[in-house]
Design a protein around this ligand. Structure first.
Ligand code: F0G
Length: 464
């Protein structure tokens, strides 16, 4: 390992405590803050310009050049090539989405949808999981754990099933994850522990349990995970022929992606590989809006990672009111995002804004994304709903170039999709009405007919 040029470092510059890359840590031992993976770039081989990565395309038969994560490994050089774990993640697509652009009101600009649902487990998590597995493999870990709203667990279970490097232990909030995701964890053979509680409870428990039992934690408090997720931004740039877009819009849950995107761009700028940073918009569901509340309403800003009284005060308030996160976008049903401080750093560097969108807005945007192409799960559509709101406010300009990250595949949550399109009012009310969704303005309803040739022909002629 290139240990003299790679290390882990506390995100608080005043602390700056460093740890070896071989150490397993989720927090700074001195001040308790989050850790970054840090590099002495001057000692490492780097491309002169981003377009130099194109030379690798002709070697796509080699697993490390095929991977959409590791073909950029000069920008996440924490492991030697022979320890890298890849299962072909990151073969994703940036779709120029003209119809969805009209929906969000981007009349003169461009909307691009970054389809992370095309990853092997159907979500962006595989970018980070391949990086966490690589680190775990270098240190010889045998068991890995996560708390999850479903996608991290699906990804962990899949990497365990394919690589056989580790055994998976998964903590989920009971009844809190969608069937698509639960079925993945079960099918891939992971030990699945359903805790009577929600994600925030499961997250707190898994940290204790990993420490106690020495199990490798793959949640995004693991700094190596975020190194993998930086590559989502490299692929966006690659698809735009290395031009920096005006906006990156991403749903916010545990805030790993937004943190990773900020780190990616801060580093690219520092290395002279881009000349400017895009702006960042992080979109919360209004039923799980901690970041929105803190950043937009209470003015909390990046303060070199220092603990902030306003944050502690807000969490105490949540406890006093026994307030739980609640949204149809179960992937982002999180009230205590573990990467808050890193996300504040990203918002600071990328002139960020935060917005909250209702479940109604999420489901309508999701239907539009589906009608426009490959579709996505509810949490992902928060990015499109958020972009629409920011255009209406005039914060995103109508002629700008905007990239919304679609974090998870459409098939992850069939219950929400079918409830939106259903003709069964009880089903609609049970799944969506209970969340404040009143209408399904873009529903594509199935047409019920008798098993009779003439009736079927009539129905086709009437509706097509
Ligand atoms: N979108 C999807 C589809 C997700 O699964 C998640 C997070 C997010 C967005 C939020 O991303 O945490 O980086 O802000 N899912 C986690 C999980 C929490 O357990 O699968 P973030």
């Amino acid at each position: 390992m290139m240990s003299d040029s790679v290390y882990q470092r506390c995100i608080d510059p005043a602390c700056g405590q460093t740890y070896g890359v071989e150490e397993v840590r989720t927090a700074c031992g001195t001040c308790g803050n989050l850790l970054d993976v840090a590099y002495d770039w001057a000692k490492l081989p780097l491309p002169k310009k981003l377009a130099d990565f194109e030379h690798k395309w002709s070697r796509r038969h080699e697993p490390l050049e095929y991977s959409g994560v590791w073909r950029f490994r000069e920008l996440l050089p924490f492991a030697p090539d022979d320890r890298i774990v890849t299962i072909g993640e990151g073969q994703t697509l940036l779709q120029h989405a003209r119809d969805v652009a009209k929906y969000v009101g981007l009349t003169g600009g461009e909307l691009h949808l970054q389809y992370e649902g095309m990853n092997p487990s159907g979500s962006f998590k595989d970018n980070g999981m391949s990086a966490a597995f690589t680190h775990a493999h270098t240190i010889g870990a045998k068991r890995a754990a996560c708390a999850s709203t479903g996608n991290t667990s699906a990804s962990l279970a899949l990497y365990c099933a394919v690589t056989k490097h580790m055994k998976a232990v998964i903590f989920i909030g009971s009844g809190k994850i969608s069937y698509g995701k639960l079925s993945q964890a079960l099918d891939y053979g992971a030990l699945t522990v359903q805790i009577a509680g929600d994600f925030d409870d499961a997250m707190a428990r898994v940290q204790e349990i990993s420490r106690e039992l020495g199990i490798y934690l793959v949640n995004s408090v693991n700094p190596f995970r975020l190194e993998g997720q930086k590559t989502i931004m490299y692929r966006v740039l690659e698809a735009l022929r290395w031009e920096v877009p005006d906006w990156i819009v991403v749903p916010g849950g545990n805030l790993g992606n937004s943190s990773a995107f900020g780190k990616a761009f801060i580093e690219l700028k520092e290395l002279g590989l881009v000349d400017r940073l895009p702006r960042l918009a992080v979109i919360n569901a209004s039923g799980a809006n901690t970041l929105y509340e803190l950043y937009e309403r209470r003015g909390v800003r990046w303060d070199d990672g220092k603990p902030q009284p306003a944050v502690c005060g807000y969490y105490e308030q949540l406890d006093q009111q026994s307030k739980r996160a609640s949204t149809i976008a179960s992937a982002i049903e999180i009230n205590r995002p573990v990467n808050l401080n890193k996300c504040l750093r990203a918002l600071d560097a990328m002139q960020g804004v935060v917005r909250e969108v209702t479940d109604q807005e999420i489901m309508d945007a999701k239907a539009q994304v589906g009608a426009g192409g490959l579709g996505c799960e509810p949490a992902s559509a928060a990015s499109v709903a958020g972009a629409k709101q920011l255009l209406a406010e005039g914060i995103i300009g109508r002629d700008e170039r905007v990239v919304c990250i679609l974090t998870g595949h459409q098939l992850k949550d069939p219950t929400a999709t079918v409830a939106y399109h259903t003709t069964d009012q009880d089903k609609f009310n049970e799944v969506l009405g209970s969340r404040g969704v009143r209408r399904a303005s873009f529903a594509n309803r199935a047409v019920a007919v008798n098993n009779n040739l003439n009736e079927i022909i009539q129905a086709i002629q009437l509706y097509s």
